[in-house]
Design a protein around this ligand. Structure first.
Ligand code: 5GP
Ligand code: MN
Length: 325
């Protein structure tokens, strides 16, 4: 259970706001989208004026989520009246994609579960033991005495299966399973979620083929790295958000302790996904490059650098960690 005091304080802060702007991180995943849309719908049910901002747009596989068609994608379309900004599943303002003007001057609430998050809001609900931000949203909704309907349950179920890898990762605690059971009892559309999230467009499979072709191992196969360049992305017509899950393949090799996927998301800008088994804390590794995340899953974006240099720098950092593991 998250710190009860923090949950109650955050619930009171949400209750006290009449106009809210909900935002998560760039390259949104199941947890960020499920949390945004689940909390958004519940707050609307309480009579609040809610805007949900997804600056990269909702990736195809998450368009089934209730409320996905009502999000604001372009910053110019955001209402500019004073409101309370709620930053979810992320602890850094820059990763929200919100323009500072006028939003950085508004009251800010921060709800997150990343170990590198320090809490940048006036009120913060940061619990790194939570499997997903969606788990914290569920506790908040209980504190707000909101009824969890089928739509909210489907959003939160998506959040939890996303960040636990369908209950495969080490964050899949007994509590998560109990929460999933409650969400299913509330009518979460498990089959729809699984079907939509497991559908792989042909473009994804083509990108996967290239990643597998470039997979390189090092340090006696304890490290694995692969990459995609800007040309690949353009050729396949994919963006970083469409590539969620590719990193699982390098990590799946037997004996691999740390895996990386480096994607040139714009010319000379590389997004790095990092995954590990017990021996290595990749949130520290990502922090070396200005990023962060969890012990077993983290990432960073390296600006102003050629792809080759990014791949070498990330590999060198992985080798250092493996030597000292
Ligand atoms: P992914 O590799 O799936 O994009 O990200 C893995 C985890 O690391 C996610 O929890 C994500 O939020 C976090 N993460 C990815 N990139 C960054 C980053 O640039 N900064 C921080 N603080 N976290 C990141
Ligand atoms: Mn998350």
């Amino acid at each position: 259970m998250a710190n009860n005091q923090a949950v109650l304080q955050m619930a009171a802060a949400l209750n006290g706001a009449s106009r809210l702007l909900l935002v998560a991180h760039l390259s949104p995943d199941g947890d960020s989208l499920g949390s945004l849309l689940g909390l958004g719908r519940a707050l609307m049910g309480l009579g609040k004026l809610v805007t949900v901002f997804v600056p990269d747009g909702v990736p195809q596989k998450y368009r089934f989520l209730p409320g996905a068609d009502a999000v604001v994608v372009q910053a110019e379309r955001l209402p500019r009246e004073r409101c309370t900004v709620v930053l979810l599943d992320c602890g850094e303002w820059q990763r929200s994609g919100l323009p500072p003007e006028p939003f950085a001057a508004f009251p800010l609430l921060n709800i997150d579960h990343h170990r590198t998050s320090t809490g940048i809001g006036q009120y913060n609900l940061i619990d790194k033991r939570a499997s997903a931000t969606g788990e914290l949203i569920y506790e908040l909704l209980l504190a707000l005495s909101v009824e969890i309907d089928q739509e909210v349950a489907t959003c939160l179920y998506t959040a939890i299966v996303g960040d636990t890898g369908w209950f495969r990762f080490s964050n899949s605690t007994p509590k998560v399973h109990r929460l999933a059971a409650r969400l299913l009892e509330a009518g979460a559309r498990q089959e729809l979620v699984n079907d939509q999230m497991m559908t792989m467009p042909e473009t994804y499979l083509r990108a996967l083929a290239v990643v597998l072709g470039r997979l390189t191992t090092f340090c006696e196969r304890q490290g694995a790295i692969a990459w995609l360049n800007w040309n690949d992305l353009q050729q396949f017509g994919v963006t970083a958000s469409d590539l969620e899950g590719l990193i699982d393949y390098p990590r799946s090799l037997p004996g691999v302790q740390v895996a990386a996927l480096v994607v040139e998301i714009a010319p000379r800008t590389c997004k790095v996904s990092l995954r590990s088994r017990q021996a290595i804390d990749v949130s520290d590794l990502a922090a070396e490059f200005g990023g962060g995340g969890h012990a077993r899953a983290a990432g960073c974006t390296i600006p102003d650098s050629e792809l080759d240099n990014c791949v070498s720098a990330v590999r060198a950092a992985m080798e250092r960690r493996l030597r000292h593991a």
